[in-house]
Write a protein that binds this ligand. Structure first.
Ligand SMILES: Cc1cc2nc3c(=O)[nH]c(=O)nc-3n(C[C@H](O)[C@H](O)[C@H](O)COP(=O)(O)O)c2cc1C
Length: 217
């Protein structure tokens, strides 16, 4: 048994993995068995995940990197009111990697690592049936967070990645994902590289009152 609060606090986005340390399938299966306990609308269990490892993962990464060199990912921009979060997070994350604000080449190289799944040996793609809606995406999110926590408790690092979903045609072709699925995000899973300074980045949170209201009368 693992302490839930401690596991929640330990989990963070990992942006460099040990490429040569394989992820034991048994640990992933254990975490998945926990994740499928997540609640969902009418228990429809809307989560669909494809994992690639070994040669399949390497082919996928090669195709994504080729795509990234050919053109920008199709990631919708954040609405104006939220845009500052991206630069605030970038400051913390790239700052921890030692990349200065004006170092555009350093940043470009760091961003490109997204399409290598940050060198993680296990590369996931999270999908949902395209006919489902927002409430069902909530269910996928609950599954995903439970999966992240289950993996964290087993000593594994994780990073959910919207950047991966920026090249949907490549994912569909490489992993045989049909048009009946919406691709939501990628998921890197592996052992955290303890020597990579960027992995020491910890981003903060808004105070509760910013996001939550209690109405009493
Ligand atoms: C749906 C989703 C998509 C994300 N996409 C990316 C991504 O493409 N690249 C990346 O480096 N981090 C990505 N992240 C990680 C977030 O930047 C990170 O969760 C956030 O900054 C909070 O930091 P923490 O997870 O370390 O607490 C994503 C997280 C989520 C939940």
């Amino acid at each position: 048994m693992y302490d839930l609060d401690e596991t929640i606090r330990q989990r963070h986005a990992v942006r460099m993995f040990l490429p040569d340390r394989p992820v034991p399938r048994a640990l992933v299966d254990e975490a998945l068995e926990l994740a499928i306990r997540a609640p969902s609308n009418s228990n429809i269990q809307p989560w669909r995940v494809v994992f690639a490892s070994g040669a399949a993962r390497d082919r996928l990464v090669a195709a994504l990197l080729k795509g990234a060199h050919e053109g920008p990912p199709k990631v919708p921009p954040l609405p104006e009111a939220f845009a500052h979060f991206r630069s605030d997070t970038g400051k913390v994350v790239y700052g921890a990697m030692g990349i200065k604000r004006e170092d555009t080449e350093g940043r470009r190289i760091a961003v490109l690592r997204n399409w290598e799944f940050f060198r993680a040996p296990l590369a996931g793609v999270v999908c949902m049936d395209r006919e489902l809606g927002l409430a069902d995406a909530v269910g996928v999110g609950m599954f995903l967070q439970t999966l992240l926590l289950g993996l964290t408790a087993r000593g594994l690092g994780t990073c959910p990645q919207v950047s991966i979903a920026g090249y949907p045609e490549i994912l569909r072709e490489q992993l045989n994902i049909g048009e009946e699925f919406t691709i939501l995000c990628g998921l890197a899973v592996g052992y955290t590289d303890p020597d990579f300074p960027g992995n020491r980045a910890r981003v903060g949170r808004e105070p509760l009152a910013h996001n939550v209201r209690f109405v009493d009368e």
